[in-house]
Design a protein around this ligand. Structure first.
Ligand code: FE2
Ligand code: FE2
Length: 398
């Protein structure tokens, strides 16, 4: 870190409130311009070893989200040079190791050895907790707003984390990715990027569309869905995973987006919100086929060593999305908001002496999450969703 801080970012979000030892140490370090030492890696690893569920932990995922945001928007009052601060990168790497290890531990090794195209179709067909179907059927305007707040962590920068991988691909796979991303950015038409359409939808829903405005309200289970893409996108060694992630993303878009569109139509008076969902309904059938045939198919052919990571990226996406959907449905089933409340203690909290690391034991995780954790896409969950699943490529994860 240079002794004199570089230019300070203007128009960036405020640094969120810390949620534990990890985020507190990182934010102190940044506020001191990188001059305040971070904990030694051994201490950090001890703290991380006490994390009950690295896939949802509030403190871990807030710290990781903030570390990634240095590459996107930065934070008000912090120097842009912190993006390449060595101690920050070492700290982030420890968080990433813990997150990635927990993801890999969820997926049986043999599952990664399948043909990537067949594996992605199978993952998509498993479905997930029926969040979108529930929204279509019965969500109130406040619940639709709640979904928008959750999704704002990613959707206000939609496509950006996947774009990291463009310079890391070659040939037909790269061309397919560029075609998909060009659509996500609205074909270069000002105001037509999906992130910009989402901002209009948020404003229409009487929400603040400033990036990062709601991060203090987002639980770790939500931040994990966003962190996953940057984890994959920012590491060349994981370029297969980001391809698998994007492909499943596109394959699982049309049906849930149709349901969110139906909810906005049912509630009425939400043309910008309808437009955001409709553009995905209109274009993602094509994206799904393109992603599966040209992006996944060609990459697996040209770089067969990446095939297991393509499957890993999709399996990881299915798991973090299932946890997110289960979290929201669990809160709603109890008449509660699924967002963090001001002053709410972090979840799941540090592991107690003698307590095993077990995602299934965490507080606030309901039966749906436990069921999903044991077998993603069980028939029982699928049966709970009244909307027929597609028989071709795209099938919803939520
Ligand atoms: Fe999009
Ligand atoms: Fe798309």
């Amino acid at each position: 870190m240079p002794s004199s801080p570089g230019p300070v970012r203007a128009g960036s979000p405020a640094l969120p409130a810390p949620r534990g030892d990890l985020s507190a140490a990182l934010f102190r370090h940044w506020r001191a311009g990188g001059a305040r030492a971070l904990p030694p890696v051994a201490d950090l690893d001890r703290t991380l070893a006490a994390v009950v569920d690295p896939l949802t932990d509030d403190d871990l995922h807030l710290a990781l989200w903030a570390a990634y945001e240095l590459h996107h928007h930065g934070f008000a009052g912090l120097a842009d040079d912190l993006e390449w601060d060595g101690p920050t990168l070492a700290f982030r790497a420890a968080l990433e190791r813990t997150f990635e290890a927990a993801l890999r531990a969820e997926i049986p090794a043999g599952d990664l050895d399948r043909d990537p195209r067949e594996a992605l179709v199978a993952v998509a067909a498993r479905g997930g907790p029926p969040l979108a179907a529930t929204v279509a059927r019965s969500a109130t305007r406040d619940q639709l707003r709640e979904i928008a707040v959750h999704r704002s962590a990613y959707q206000l920068k939609e496509a950006d984390p996947h774009t990291w991988v463009i310079p890391r691909l070659r040939g037909p796979a790269r061309s397919a990715l560029i075609e998909i991303q060009a659509d996500e950015y609205g074909g270069g038409v000002p105001g037509a990027a999906h992130a910009e359409l989402f901002a209009l939808a948020m404003a229409e829903l009487d929400l603040c569309a400033d990036f990062g405005h709601y991060v203090d309200r987002l639980p770790g289970v939500t931040l994990a869905t966003d962190n996953l893409i940057d984890l994959f996108g920012l590491h060349r060694r994981l370029r297969g995973a980001v391809v698998g992630h994007l492909a499943l993303f596109e394959m699982c878009s049309v049906a849930p987006m149709s349901r969110y569109l139906a909810a906005a139509t049912r509630l009425g008076g939400l043309p910008a919100t309808e437009r955001f969902y409709r553009v995905h309904v209109e274009v993602d059938d094509h994206h799904a086929q393109l992603a599966l045939d040209e992006l996944v198919g060609r990459l697996a052919h040209d770089e067969p060593d990446l095939a297991p990571d393509i499957v890993f990226g999709a399996e990881a996406l299915a798991r973090v999305e299932a946890r997110f959907a289960a979290h929201v449905l669990h809160a709603w089933s109890r008449g509660r908001s699924s967002l963090r409340q001001p002053g709410e203690p972090p979840r799941p909290g540090p592991r107690q002496p003698g307590q095993k690391r077990d995602a299934l034991d965490q507080p606030g995780v309901g039966p749906a999450t436990r069921m999903r954790s044991r077998r993603v896409g069980s028939d029982r969950l699928r049966a709970a969703d009244p909307t027929p699943l597609r028989t071709t490529v795209p099938v919803p994860t939520s």
